[in-house]
Design a binder for this molecule. Structure first.
Ligand code: FES
Length: 591
């Protein structure tokens, strides 16, 4: 009897014998032994050791990035997602091949996950290049993972689908709904102000993260999930289902299926991530009051494809893109509410007049076709209308001035309107250590009208930690001060709120003007004029520069050496200079 799982004779097209035909599937990208026939022969021998048949190996191969890790509860549903993606790939006639890559969680990455984002992108890129696959499903979720995966995949150019792990469920503290991490900061602020005691803050700690999954507000993870769908690189409707729901699993199955169709059709990532797609993503970022970090990530992703992010054009776009999504920290809801309200199709439908509806998505259909297929929508209260928005402009404003010649940003939708036109005295902290040492000192010379300035947390200085959300000095917090103007060259979490100027470019560590600001200087912030102005005379600035010249930080060895040597400024996405595309195709948004 013939064993149906054994092949008796090689098929005439067998690439073990005819490796010159090896341009797809398991035969792609052969290891170089100087004999292509032998390379393929050896590869097939090894994979058959895992029980694969020749029949299985003839299928299009779809890679799946496994970013599960005990250190990453935001990816805690990885086993279920992988199983569903594989099912989708098999249903569509492909062969799933999962493989591990670096996984990054915000709270388990020292000194900051941003330091490792580019490393993860390189890991993803090189494994996509090295291993044979016709397409890939990228499974990510926690803040830096999705941008890292899309940066890497964009550099490779394969057909790719982004699948996010989905948001966590909300918890409840003494009948109040809570979720990471806007409420983490709010309750910690109450604790610092001695409004709640140690016992209550410990109770809150148990409730903030009610399940596996990514942060439940419009933090970076949710923002990147929505941006991925707006880019057309995720399957429609897949941004919002929470991590533990059946909808999330179905999105995973569909992602696997779509990846096979893309591979067969040769629908490569560069045909999805076009300038029109990036402009759609920027509209969504602005309309959702999304994380400021997304600007850095979008700049890095666009840079991999040869496009430069034009911050001034982005600001112009912000002026006519109101915030529609009522999500914390700009609004009141959580991601699971957004999902119940229809998720991204509801938001995109409302934004239709501002979108490029002809942009292609991973399904092979355009964004407009997908929106038509999603139906007419229904009554809900999470996504506002263009006529009655949550905030009249986009969530993010871009500032310029002599303190930030290369630009800075502020999340205006989460800022205090009373502070958006403000002049005050600078109270300066030289770096994060100086901040930690002095911010709560009882003798700190500070009042509520002052402007807190933190230097040396930019890309080269400190790998841009989310330290731009400077805490209110304890003695002011105890007096009830909730917000102050704060300025730095770093980032802040997308879940944070306040009148906070971020990404000051160039950063202090490379000799940006911020390097020479001193306590007592006057600074003026005008969001209306998009201005960040430092009142210093040229003579005084020159004297300070010669008295204290900037020495750029370096590192002697390892990844830190590479990082410090090659990291670019925030407006270039803090990517490594050698990873950006060599060809410049123009700027986005196109003005
Ligand atoms: Fe992972 Fe917030 S910590 S998404």
């Amino acid at each position: 009897m013939v064993n149906p799982f054994m092949t008796s004779k090689p098929a005439p097209h067998d690439t073990a014998i005819h490796p010159e035909a090896a341009s797809s599937g398991i035969s792609k990208g052969l290891t170089n032994y100087g004999d292509r026939g032998f390379s393929l022969f050896l590869r097939k021998a090894f994979i058959k050791g895992a029980g694969y048949t020749d029949k299985a190996l003839e299928r299009p191969v779809i890679g799946i990035t496994n970013t599960g890790s005990a250190y990453n509860p935001c990816h805690g549903n990885m086993p279920q997602l992988m199983e569903a993606v594989k099912r989708g790939i098999l249903m569509a006639g492909g062969l799933p091949m999962d493989f591990p890559t670096i996984s990054l969680h915000e709270s388990f990455s020292a000194p900051t996950s941003m330091y490792l984002r580019n490393l993860m992108s390189m890991d993803t890129e090189e494994l996509l290049r090295a291993q044979p696959m016709d397409g890939v499903v990228l499974i990510g979720g926690c803040d830096k993972t999705v941008p890292a995966q899309l940066m890497g995949a964009a550099s490779v150019g394969l057909p790719a689908v982004q699948l996010v792990t989905g948001s966590m469920l909300t918890g409840s503290h003494r009948s109040e709904r809570v979720g990471a991490c806007t409420d983490c900061r709010r309750y910690w602020g109450k604790f610092r102000a001695e409004e709640i005691d140690a016992e209550e803050i410990a109770d809150v700690n148990n409730q903030l993260v009610a399940s596996v999954g990514t942060c439940s507000v419009a933090g970076t993870a949710s923002t990147m999930a929505c941006i991925a769908e707006a880019l057309g690189i995720s399957v429609p409707g897949s941004a919002s289902p929470p991590a533990v729901t059946a909808d999330r699993i179905r999105a995973a199955e569909r992602s696997g299926e779509v990846a096979v169709h893309m591979a067969r059709a040769g629908l490569t990532i560069d045909r999805i991530l076009t300038p029109a797609a990036f402009e759609n993503a920027m509209r969504v970022l602005l309309a959702m009051g999304g994380s400021t970090n997304a600007i850095v990530h979008l700049a890095a992703m666009a840079g991999r494809l040869g496009y430069a992010l034009d911050l001034k054009a982005l600001d112009a776009m912000s002026r006519d893109t109101p915030v529609l999504l009522d999500l914390k920290p700009s609004g009141d809801h959580y991601m699971e509410d957004f999902h119940a309200a229809g998720g991204m199709p509801t938001l995109l439908r409302e934004l239709k007049p501002l979108l490029h509806l002809d942009a292609l998505t991973v399904t092979g259909r355009t964004l407009g076709e997908e929106l038509d297929a999603a139906g007419p929508g229904f009554a809900q209260s999470v996504v506002k209308s263009l006529k009655a928005p949550l905030y009249p402009q986009g969530g993010i404003a871009v500032l310029h001035g002599n303190l930030a010649p290369g630009g800075a940003i502020i999340k205006q939708s989460a800022a205090n309107p009373a502070l958006m036109e403000h002049e005050g005295r600078a109270v300066v902290f030289e770096n994060a250590e100086d901040l930690a040492a002095r911010i709560d000192a009882p003798d700190l010379d500070v009042c509520a009208d002052d402007i807190l300035v933190l230097k040396h947390i930019g890309p080269k200085g400190a790998a841009m930690p989310e330290a731009g959300y400077l805490p209110i000095p304890k003695k002011l917090a105890a007096q009830g001060v909730k917000d102050m103007v704060r300025i730095s060259d770093g980032r802040m979490s997308g879940t944070a709120f306040g009148t906070i100027v971020l990404h000051v470019t160039p950063e202090a560590a490379v000799g940006g003007p911020l390097a020479w600001v001193q306590t007592g200087d006057r600074i003026r912030l005008s969001v209306r004029e998009r201005l960040i102005e430092w009142q210093v005379s040229e003579a005084e600035l020159a004297a300070r520069q010669s008295a204290q010249p900037v020495v750029e930080p370096t590192a002697a060895r390892g990844y830190a050496h590479l990082f410090r040597k090659t990291v670019m400024q925030a407006d270039r996405g803090a990517d490594f200079d050698f990873l950006a595309a060599t060809e410049c195709k123009g700027s986005i948004p196109r003005s």
